[in-house]
Structures are given as structure tokens and as C-alpha cells.
Design a protein around this ligand. Structure first.
Ligand SMILES: CC(C)(COP(=O)(O)OP(=O)(O)OC[C@H]1O[C@@H](n2cnc3c(N)ncnc32)[C@H](O)[C@@H]1OP(=O)(O)O)[C@@H](O)C(=O)NCCC(=O)NCCS
Length: 153
């Protein structure tokens, strides 16, 4: 059971929390520069836990909008609070906000080995529309990027 959960748009004062979340829970951390750029140039939502005296950010979703499409750039949930529906709630916040902005299609790409994320996306109705072979580097070599879309017309 998660106490006092809220999902809200991120702002620049969240940067230090996001740096920590990225470093500890993102398997491929972005680092401070990319995080700062994301806060300045993209749409960002966070999951915040706690009360007025002590809050912490345990989830973050960042997406970019071009015309009537919005593309997920990253979603990450703190490792200690996974499988409690937080990523699903963040994805729904993105989906609802996108609909209100007149976006018609959501896009994302994901490593083919990331079965957890793929299960999350499929559970929300995303379908795979393509594959870029050898797109991501791994410790052993390369792996494919799977492209998914969801029409929200
Ligand atoms: C992928 C990630 C965001 C999921 O976050 P989460 O809060 O644990 O996901 P949710 O609890 O909302 O899961 C919703 C559904 O997605 C699927 N799912 C999520 N993680 C899963 C996993 N590890 N294995 C299998 N299915 C999974 C399940 O269907 C789950 O529903 P259920 O728990 O009722 O079975 C999280 O594991 C994470 O931050 N991973 C590292 C970063 C990353 O890989 N991001 C995605 C690429 S950008």
C-alpha cells in the first residue's frame, strides 16, 4: 500500500530528485545534462510520495510532442516501488494529457530484452509496428529496438 501518492507535471526544482532517481533506478542513466534538457524542452510527469513535510519522487515520464504525435523518451520507477501500478498511472497521465492537447498517436521504442516494459505497453493497448535491428548497444553486443504505437483518436 502506497501512502499519499500524487502525479503531477515536473518542474525545474525536481532536477536533483530526478538525478538521483536516474542514477539509482535507470539501467541506462541519462545523466544531469540530458535530464536538465528534458525538463526544459519536453513534457514531464513525476510520481511523488509522502506528505507536506517529506516528499520524494519515485517515478518520472518524459515525452516529446511533434505535431499530432507524442513520443515517450523515458519512463522510470524507483526500484523499491515497482509492480504497484505507478508506471501504469504515469502512462495514463501522459495519454490523457496528450488527448487534451490534440495528439492523435503515441509512439515509443524499447529494447527487445525489456520484457517488463513491453508487457506494460501492451497492457495499455500499444502494438508493435516495427523493429530496428542492432539499434542499442549491450554488454554482449547489440539488440533491437521495438517500435510501438497507440492511436488515441
Ligand atoms: C518498466 C517500469 C517503468 C515498470 O514500472 P512499474 O511501476 O513496476 O510498472 P507497473 O507496476 O505499473 O506495471 C504495470 C504492468 O506492466 C507489466 N509489468 C511491469 N513490470 C513488469 C515486469 N518486470 N515483468 C513483467 N511484467 C511487468 C505488468 O503487466 C504490470 O501489471 P501487473 O503488475 O498487474 O502484472 C520499471 O520496471 C522501470 O523503471 N524499469 C527501468 C526503466 C525502464 O526500463 N524503462 C522503460 C524503457 S524507457
Amino acid at each position: 500500500m502506497i501512502p499519499s501518492l500524487s502525479i503531477r507535471l515536473a518542474n525545474e526544482s525536481d532536477l536533483l530528485f530526478l538525478i538521483q532517481l536516474d542514477a539509482l533506478s535507470n539501467p541506462y542513466p541519462w545523466g544531469e545534462g540530458l535530464l536538465e534538457e528534458a525538463l526544459q524542452t519536453r513534457q514531464n510527469w513525476v510520481v511523488e510520495l509522502g506528505d507536506a513535510t517529506q516528499k520524494s519522487i519515485v517515478g518520472w515520464l518524459t515525452a516529446s510532442v511533434v505535431l499530432d504525435q507524442s513520443e515517450l523518451e523515458l519512463i522510470v520507477i524507483d526500484s523499491s516501488v515497482r509492480r504497484q501500478g505507478l508506471a501504469r498511472q504515469l502512462m495514463i497521465a501522459w495519454l490523457n494529457a496528450s488527448k487534451q492537447q490534440g495528439v492523435n498517436e503515441l509512439l515509443l521504442e524499447v529494447r527487445e530484452s525489456n520484457v517488463g516494459a513491453i508487457a506494460l505497453y501492451e497492457s495499455l493497448g500499444f502494438t508493435q509496428v516495427g523493429c530496428r535491428k542492432n539499434y542499442y548497444q549491450t554488454e554482449q553486443g547489440f539488440e533491437a529496438a521495438c517500435l510501438f504505437t497507440l492511436s488515441i483518436l
